[in-house]
Design a protein around this ligand. Structure first.
Ligand code: COA
Length: 435
């Protein structure tokens, strides 16, 4: 397989996780990923927001709250290598993603498909006397409504986007819950590279008076929906069974156990939530690093998991005719590459550079692939060694720091903790006292 390397010398990044912090920064510089200036910032000052910027981003600003930023390695997505920046406080997530991406990368990597990026805006109407007639009036005026929406935000139209389609939904009354009927008008809006909340909200407020005229109802809500079902990304990967062999388990046994675990997560909401949380460990970390709105993504993804009426696993693992393990994941991913904090936050700016400035569709491909990798890593560990082995091994360093260890003592205490009968804070403190 031919791989485009994007002028990045990945050989310089091998065994990245075994390097010290300073070595990692200089490896990134030598690999052509970051500039000397960025290397200096990372080594000396970090990526914190300047208070003069922070105080304009939110209200009542008092300081910055940092998360560690790391890089997942080994990702090959649609034949392109990519470094994946992840902002996350939880140990073992980045290791698991890199591990999974290594196995999947050696089998051809991730293949993705991204739909048109259409955001949904809603005008929700109350007091509509004749729902069917109102819905017909809206449909008949579709062209005018789209035109008025676009007039409310002409700059997105100049960029090639804008309101593209319309649909109506009648929410039937539910007397048992004392809920009256509502009429909802949806606009599908191409927001190009932006996540588009402001564009959509402006359009919905712009068309609401006209919609009221057409329906005789009163507009109650005029805002985007974070249930981004018109903005979907899918990743698939195919892993030959022999690549799954570990310890006493044959590759076929690991494959079958992963498939069974996936079936359980499709059937049992209690397992599905944890299964999906594992997917979001990776997705959220990249959403945060890239300066996007992780609350929006979280809300949309979990609603999508419940789209059949039951909350289910977002991913599926199956066997193909050759006996390979095949994984698929589809997520609604209303992210952007411009707007919000993306061009303001120094961490977000660096994250986009690390990913070679992906456009919004490419960023979706990266996110959904990370989700699938994270899921594979966690489920593979679960059905073989158990999750605690890898997780606690890496958690040991956090425990050592919590106990008060500094500098080289962190690694020393972490190593001793791994051998101790009880890996907990008390043991870490005792080990530090004995040092
Ligand atoms: N940091 C970063 N990457 C790491 C790593 C670490 N500490 N340890 C392993 N990796 C990655 C590397 O890419 C490595 O390949 P390389 O050495 O060629 O670069 C690859 O994993 C395999 O390394 P290996 O030493 O064989 O890994 P392992 O068998 O010790 O597995 C874990 C360690 C943590 C990756 C594995 O236990 C795991 O995936 N556990 C699941 C953890 C999880 O899902 N956590 C989510 C929250 S519970």
């Amino acid at each position: 397989m031919r791989r485009r390397r994007n002028q990045m010398d990945t050989n310089k990044l091998s065994k990245f996780y075994k390097k010290t912090h300073a070595e990692k920064i200089s490896a990134l510089k030598e690999a052509g990923v970051i500039s000397l200036e960025e290397a200096t910032v990372l080594t000396e000052d970090g990526l914190d927001l300047d208070p003069s910027v922070g105080e304009h981003m939110i209200e009542n600003y008092i300081g910055n709250y940092s998360l560690p930023l790391g890089i997942s390695t080994n990702f090959v997505i649609d034949d392109n290598e990519v470094l994946v920046p992840m902002a996350i406080e939880e140990p073992s997530v980045i290791a698991a993603a890199s591990f999974a991406a290594k196995i999947i990368g050696s089998a051809g990597g991730f293949t993705t498909a991204v739909s048109d990026r259409l955001m949904i805006g809603q005008v929700t109407l109350k007091n509509v006397k004749d729902m069917e007639q109102a819905a017909q009036n809206i449909k008949a005026a579709e062209h005018n409504i789209l035109e008025r929406a676009n007039e409310a935000h002409p700059s997105i139209v100049k960029r090639g986007g804008g309101a593209k389609a319309l649909e109506t939904r009648i929410l039937e009354a539910d007397p048992e819950e004392n809920i009256p009927a509502f009429l909802v008008v949806h606009l599908h809006i191409d927001t190009q590279e932006a996540m588009g909340a402001n564009i959509v909200n402006t359009m919905m407020e712009g068309i609401a008076p006209y919609i009221e005229e057409l329906t005789g109802g009163k507009a109650l809500l005029r805002i985007l929906s974070n249930y981004a079902t018109e903005c979907l990304a899918t990743a698939t990967c195919t892993i030959p069974a022999h690549k799954l062999k570990t310890g006493d388990y044959t590759g076929e046994a690991v494959r079958d156990r992963i498939i069974e675990a996936s079936q359980v997560a499709l059937a049992d909401p209690y397992r599905a939530v944890t299964h999906n949380k594992g997917i979001m460990n990776g997705v959220d970390a990249v959403v945060v690093a890239s300066g996007n709105d992780w609350r929006a993504i979280e809300a949309g993804v979990h609603a999508y998991a419940a789209r059949s009426g039951q909350y289910r696993a977002l991913s599926k693992w199956q066997k193909n005719d050759q006996g390979d393990l095949v994984g698929t994941l589809t997520l609604p991913l209303a992210i952007g590459t411009v707007g919000g904090s993306i061009s303001i936050h120094p961490g977000a700016k660096l994250a986009h550079k690390l990913m070679m400035y992906p456009d919004a569709k490419r960023l979706e491909s990266i996110l959904v692939s990370v989700g699938l990798a994270q899921n594979f890593g966690a489920v593979r560990a679960l059905v073989t060694d158990g999750i605690q082995k890898g997780h606690m091994g890496l958690h040991a360093r956090s425990l050592a720091i919590s106990a008060g260890a500094k500098g080289e003592h962190v690694e020393l205490i972490a190593e001793q903790l791994k051998k101790a009968p009880h890996m907990n804070l008390q043991t870490a403190k005792e080990l530090l006292n004995n040092l």
